[in-house]
Design a protein around this ligand. Structure first.
Ligand code: M6R
Length: 606
């Protein structure tokens, strides 16, 4: 995930910037850079790879000066490289940016048409061009930034410096974190408190739409219209280690809470409301030659593929098979050149998924990768790559990577359905509107997680758990069971609720909690029947149901209400309480949540 640090004061900026970036290293990044001003102009030094590479470069060619900005980049637009690393400089204007500029294609075309020359593939460079253009008529740097930002759609935290305004840094925030650190005759700006906690504990948390002018003497903040606003500083009492997790006790919990943002980022720039369609970052999958789709993946990514099957078959009416990558690669599968193979991998490095992709390609299929890591091995090996924009996931148990995979698959299915003509514009419009509403619904759902803490304590000493669902909730039952066993070491099984009577029902007694996914939808009644079968055998029922369901309380021991959405999108919400339940059960048991025993984040061996 990208990180920002800025400094203005009486000391050398470079060591402060590098130290701040080092504090952000844990978040994952692929390149780093600084811009430092001295003697009338700033010098930009950037380097792909680890921060140490930048430090070596700076030792060879120092960047002295007492004003500067620094950045660690986690690529989203444009591959990891020296030229795509931040800061981006246009004329005298240097910019660092976290987030995604949604209208970057349009803005870039406009700027190029009026003669601007780009030196990188990033969306960020657009901001530098816009600010540089506004500076010719703006009264100061703050004004230029304000005007430039009126043209930008998306999520951002930016910091701008300009060679002609060396006494000022200007920062702005929209839907991406930004803080200002206060010192004596010196001030700081950063994307995260962690980056500047070694320098100051007096922090202003910048709010939505704020534009901040930072000088040595002080900080002034205005709203998007230029009206001054007051923000009260907070004295931070966290340690640096706590700050790395934004105050959360574990990365997993932090990542659960990051999901609304991650989902919004995955949607950003991809929804075409004018045409009731989706743009897949320039990927056009020609459906005329596709007779079948085969999805290959492992673990949690396999579960998202199972949901993907429902979506693609429903919207595009193309038959879909889903296979565990470790099985597919060794079972001599039938592969045709009319197959589209979709490989899903958060890390993009899973050995089994990579093996499956290699095999599919050797046998003539086209491969589309869905991954969270730009330029990782699986996307590089594939014909097309589509990225979830979840930001790096550090906890071994996948959470935000899963929900953004579901969102990506929904986008892909809509795109395919519009191409085959089997998804009407009216239905697509409805789906797109509901997708856009998901981040808020998810945020509200996560905030009500305290109930899960109570349930986790109540059932956390059970020897086993059963998770049940039907239709597109069945893969979510599998995912809930996987999550629980991964981090709490409690045996859990995910089952299709309709399959219970063929065996697992024998397990049910008063000791066995059964989590039943029963949101409103076409299979509601049938799932309620399965749930009552559990109840009739003394099983304890924890129901995940839609808000407003008045019946479910009378047949369940616990009810967790989730916001309403279209049944096709329900899995994106219904999985959230299961993530929280697993987290709180594991916390209750005191296991190592972020690094559970025997597991690795990226499984690069067979
Ligand atoms: O990086 P990938 O998505 O390819 O990883 C696949 C699995 O190893 C992964 O999903 C694993 O199951 C997670 N630990 C689940 O939380």
């Amino acid at each position: 995930m990208c990180g920002i640090v800025g400094y203005i004061g009486p000391r050398q900026a470079t060591p402060i910037l590098v130290n701040g970036l080092r504090r952000l290293e844990y978040r994952g990044y692929d390149s780093a850079g600084v811009a430092v001003w001295e003697g009338g102009k700033s010098r930009v030094v950037r380097c792909q790879g680890k921060l140490q590479g930048l430090v070596n470069k700076l030792e060879a060619e120092p960047a002295p000066g007492m004003v500067g900005i620094g950045h660690t980049r986690w690529a989203t637009h444009g591959r990891p490289s020296d030229i795509n690393a931040h800061p981006h400089k246009v004329g005298g204007v240097s910019v660092v940016h976290n987030g995604i500029i949604e209208n970057h294609v349009h803005l870039r075309q406009q700027l190029e048409a009026s003669g601007s020359k780009f030196s990188s593939e990033t969306d960020t460079e657009i901001v530098a061009h816009l600010v540089a253009a506004e500076l010719s008529s703006a009264k100061d740097l703050t004004e230029a930034v304000r005007r430039a930002l009126t043209k930008v759609v998306g999520a951002f935290a930016i910091v701008v410096m300009d060679d002609a305004h060396p006494d000022t840094l200007v920062a702005a925030k929209k839907a991406s974190p930004l803080v200002v650190g206060l010192g004596e005759g010196e001030n700081y700006v950063a994307s995260d408190v962690t980056a500047i906690l070694d320098e100051t504990k007096e922090i202003i948390f910048v709010e939505e739409g704020d534009i901040v002018t930072v000088t040595r003497q002080g900080v002034s903040i205005t709203d998007p219209q230029g009206k001054p606003v007051e923000r009260t500083p907070t004295t931070i009492r966290w340690t640096a280690a706590q700050a790395e997790k934004d105050g959360y006790r574990h990365y997993m919990l932090k990542e659960i809470h990051e999901q609304p943002r991650a989902v919004a980022d995955t949607l950003a720039g991809r929804i075409d409301l004018e045409n009731d369609n989706v743009t897949l970052d320039g990927i056009v999958v020609d459906t005329s030659n596709i007779k079948r789709i085969v999805m290959v993946a492992c673990g949690t990514s396999y579960h998202s593929s199972l949901v993907g099957k429902f979506l693609i078959e429903d919207f595009a009416r193309i038959p879909v098979e889903v296979d565990l990558a470790s099985e597919y690669r060794y079972r001599d599968p039938v592969v045709r050149d009319t197959d589209l193979v979709i490989a899903i991998s958060q890390s993009g490095e899973t050995a089994d998924t990579m093996g499956a992709v290699q095999l599919a390609k050797e046998r003539g299929a086209k491969v589309l990768a869905i991954s969270n890591v730009l330029e990782s091995s699986i996307p590089r090996l594939s014909d097309y790559a589509f990225y979830t924009h979840a930001g790096p996931e550090i906890g071994v148990a996948s959470t935000k990577a899963f929900t953004t995979q579901l969102v990506s698959l929904t986008l892909l299915a809509i795109h395919l359905g519009r191409q085959t003509g089997t998804l009407s514009p009216e239905r697509a419009r409805l789906l797109l509107a509901e997708l856009l509403a998901l981040p808020n619904k998810m945020a509200e759902l996560i905030e009500h997680g305290a109930q899960l803490q109570v349930i986790a304590r109540r059932y956390g000493n059970s020897r086993g758990f059963l998770f049940m669902g039907r239709g597109n909730q069945y893969p979510i039952a599998l995912e809930g069971a996987l999550k629980l066993k991964e981090i709490s070491y409690i045996h859990a099984e995910g089952y299709s609720a309709g399959e219970m009577k063929h065996g697992p029902i024998a397990l049910i007694d008063e000791e066995l909690p059964c989590v039943v996914l029963v949101p409103q939808g076409p299979l509601y009644e049938k799932t309620v029947s399965n749930l009552t079968e559990v109840r009739a055998r003394e099983g304890k029922v924890i129901a995940i149901a839609s808000r407003g369901d008045k019946e479910i309380g009378s047949v369940s021991d616990e009810v967790i209400m989730i916001p309403n959405t279209l049944p096709e999108l329900q899995p994106i919400l219904s999985v959230v309480p299961l993530q929280q339940l697993s987290y709180y059960v594991a916390d209750h048991k005191g296991t190592d949540i972020d690094q559970p025993r025997n597991l690795a984040k990226s499984v690069t061996v067979e």
